[in-house]
Design a binder for this molecule. Structure first.
Ligand code: AVJ
Length: 320
């Protein structure tokens, strides 16, 4: 018979063991994917509208300006696939252009959130009658074998700088898995943030209104909600650092006092030294050479890069 503790564990979310691993060792860390519960996804939406957070609006402006060029370069009769599509709002810019170029278009948005995909289907179906939307609910990080069954020329969208959350070897592994489900002539459109001055980067990850701080702290609020933990959010400070050597922004939660926290779901006491940090995210910022190299190492060839005038953000077309 299971003990009450085992029964409890069974009821807790699958990420609980990653939390144990991340908070037991040194340095402490938590997986960035935990940011995106309902509250966190809303906070991220707010981040995308902040004056300091240039990424989303810059990428959207590139897609708006170059949609026709991008699709011409990608090839005729495209079937669209989008990794981590969410509600596919930015994708509309490309779809609008695509439905003018071809009489029928298939779109396969992939996301872990079924509700986000429902919204995508509702929005798109009304707006574009010649578009057929086939949502795929699931995690794309292990690759998406079903993609190899889609016939015709594919354009896989991986926009929004999501690639930036992966360590370069993991990014390559993911792109390689995607590459394995594609055929010669298929293409990948990758949106990635460029390395730039820390004067621009730091405020983007530590805004004046404190929305990014709230987004970061929500990870602990979530552990309080879902694992019954007792983290005192006021006892942590949001920190954003530019790591030039690794070409990445790093965000942390720094413990201001040394009281422990307790996570009943894991029967775990989490001890902190004053000033100790939990590393919650890396956001890689790419140079042209880094983009070229991760694409090449995953079996793609970089064909073209579109960017804004200041070269803050890049949209890269790569071919199998
Ligand atoms: C969703 C991964 C693109 O790295 O800029 C925003 C997440 N973290 N502010 C990013 C994020 C802090 C974002 N991505």
């Amino acid at each position: 018979m299971a003990t009450s503790k085992q029964l409890q564990l069974l009821e807790y979310p699958a990420y609980a063991l990653e939390v144990r691993e991340g908070l037991s060792g040194a340095p402490k860390h938590l997986p960035a994917k935990l940011f995106y519960d309902e509250v966190g996804s809303q906070l991220f939406e707010q981040i995308t509208e902040l004056p300091e957070y240039y990424l989303t609006r810059t990428e959207r402006s590139i897609l708006e300006r170059y949609a026709a060029d991008i699709l011409r370069q990608a090839g005729a009769n495209l079937t669209l696939v989008e990794l981590g599509a969410g509600t596919a709002t930015k994708t509309c810019v490309l779809i609008e252009e695509l439905v003018q170029r071809q009489s029928r278009t298939l779109f396969y948005p992939i996301d872990v959130s079924a509700s986000a995909l429902d919204e995508a289907v509702r929005n798109l179906a009304g707006q574009f009658p010649s578009l057929r939307v086939n949502p795929i609910v699931g995690d794309y990080t292990g690759g998406v074998p079903a993609l190899s069954r889609i016939s015709g020329r594919k354009l896989v969208l991986y926009i929004g700088s999501s690639i930036g959350n992966f360590e370069p070897p993991q990014a390559i592994r993911l792109l390689r898995r995607i590459r394995q489900t594609l055929r010669a002539g298929d293409a990948l459109l990758l949106g990635a943030d460029f390395a730039k001055s820390s004067k621009v980067l730091l405020p983007a990850y530590d805004d004046a209104q404190g929305v990014t701080a709230a987004f970061n702290k929500n990870i602990l609020a979530r552990l309080n909600r879902e694992l019954d933990a007792d983290f005192d959010l006021d006892a942590f400070r949001h920190i954003a650092l530019w790591n030039r050597r690794c070409s990445r922004m790093e965000i942390y939660l720094e413990r201001l006092a040394d009281q422990p926290a307790f996570i009943p779901a894991l029967d775990l006491d989490v001890h902190f030294k004053t000033g100790e940090r939990i590393h919650t995210e890396n956001s890689y910022k790419y140079t042209d050479a880094m983009i070229e190299s991760i694409l090449r190492e995953s079996g793609f060839q970089l064909e073209h890069t579109w960017c804004d005038r200041k070269k803050w953000f890049g949209v890269h077309l790569a071919r199998v």
